[in-house]
Each structure stands twice: as structure tokens, then as C-alpha cells.
Design a protein around this ligand. Structure first.
Ligand SMILES: [Zn+2]
Length: 200
């Protein structure tokens, strides 16, 4: 923790030291117009700005255990995922949504392997509710096949949200499915035509 505190203490000085950084950061006070909504897992090994090179203000993020988005229902209770998605679509007008699953995902792996999560009931219930029963049985440590299928399903779920549908129908937003290897940095993307994940 101490290294994080030291880094945070030094941030204003590092910004103040460079004129280009000062100008970049001062513009952020005027508001945000991010280029994309990046939906990914809470896993610490997945760092969206590292993967994309995004600078402050460029990426709107939604992170959940297993990068799951609840299925849209008309009478669904208020939830952070729906609110974040709606804000990105209707307020910010973000032009691209990336759902980024990752290798060695604990959430998808637990679901795919049917792990006992009685000691973590909130995790168990979230995964039971949000991750499909039909994920492929995946014995690989990377659980790549299960995660990639899970990403396909999250893209389908996004299409069920009216705030996404209305902008898809006008060609104002594009959906992307990515799979990131935590141990190599490789990113592959879902190609709708072939339904395969291929290098970017
Ligand atoms: Zn994960």
C-alpha cells in the first residue's frame, strides 16, 4: 500500500512538471467524451489503459466479476451495470463498446468447473445468476473457450438493452468482443462472420 500512497502523493507534482500534461489534465475539468465503453472483469491482471493505451478521459469503464452484464428486463431492479451502460449510451454517446474477457478468469473458471463457492455466497450467487449454465466444459487453465463463449453471450445481452438497440439501429455504436491473455498480452477479437476470435 505504501508504494501506492507515495505514487499518489507525487501525482500532482508530476503533472505540474510538464506543460503538455498540465494542459491535458486541465481540459478534463470541462467534462468527458470517452471514445469507448470498456467492459471487463474486476481481475487485477486486466488493465484497460495498458491494453488500449487510453489516456485519462478516453475510456469509460464497467468492471464486474467475470465481465458479466445482466440480461435486460423491463422491470429489472436498478443496478450499476444498467446505469453505467445507459449513461455511456444516452448521456456520453460513446461510439464503441468493448467486452473484454481474459484468460485464467477466476469467475468464468469457477462457473465452468462447477467450483464450490459456499464460502463466498455473494460471488456464488452473482456467478449463478449472471454466467450461463451452458458454458463449455473447459479443462484448460486459461479457460479460453469458456471465456470466449461468455464474451459472445455478453454481446448478445448488450443488444437486448433499449439504450444499445436504439443506437445500433442508427449505426451510432459498434460492439466488439475481445479476449486478452494475461500471461502474454495477446488480444484477439470476435469476428462476427466466422464467430471466431482472431488476432486484431
Ligand atoms: Zn476474470
Amino acid at each position: 500500500m505504501e508504494t501506492f500512497i507515495q505514487h499518489a502523493r507525487g501525482l500532482t507534482a508530476r503533472i505540474a512538471d510538464r506543460q503538455d500534461e498540465r494542459e491535458t489534465y486541465s481540459r478534463l475539468a470541462a467534462g468527458q467524451s470517452p471514445l469507448a465503453l470498456f467492459i471487463t472483469c474486476s481481475d487485477s491482471r486486466v488493465v484497460p489503459s495498458l491494453i488500449t493505451g487510453a489516456r485519462p478521459g478516453e475510456l469509460f469503464e464497467l468492471r464486474t466479476a467475470g465481465n458479466a452484464v445482466p440480461v435486460y428486463q423491463e422491470d429489472m431492479p436498478a443496478c450499476a451495470e444498467a446505469a453505467t451502460l445507459e449513461y455511456a449510451m444516452r448521456v456520453l454517446g460513446v461510439a464503441d463498446i468493448i467486452v473484454c474477457g481474459h484468460s485464467h478468469c477466476g469467475a468464468v473458471g469457477a462457473r465452468a468447473r462447477g467450483e464450490d463457492l459456499t464460502g463466498a455466497p455473494a460471488v456464488r450467487d452473482w456467478l449463478t445468476q449472471q454466467l450461463s449454465d451452458a458454458l463449455p466444459q473447459d479443462g484448460e487453465p486459461s479457460v479460453a473457450a469458456a471465456v470466449q463463449q461468455h464474451v459472445r453471450e455478453q454481446l448478445d445481452r448488450l443488444r437486448g438493452y433499449p439504450c444499445v438497440q436504439e443506437r445500433l439501429s442508427k449505426g451510432e455504436v459498434t460492439l466488439h468482443g475481445w479476449f486478452y491473455e494475461v500471461h502474454t498480452g495477446l488480444v484477439v477479437a470476435h469476428h462476427p462472420a466466422s464467430d471466431l476470435f482472431l488476432p486484431l
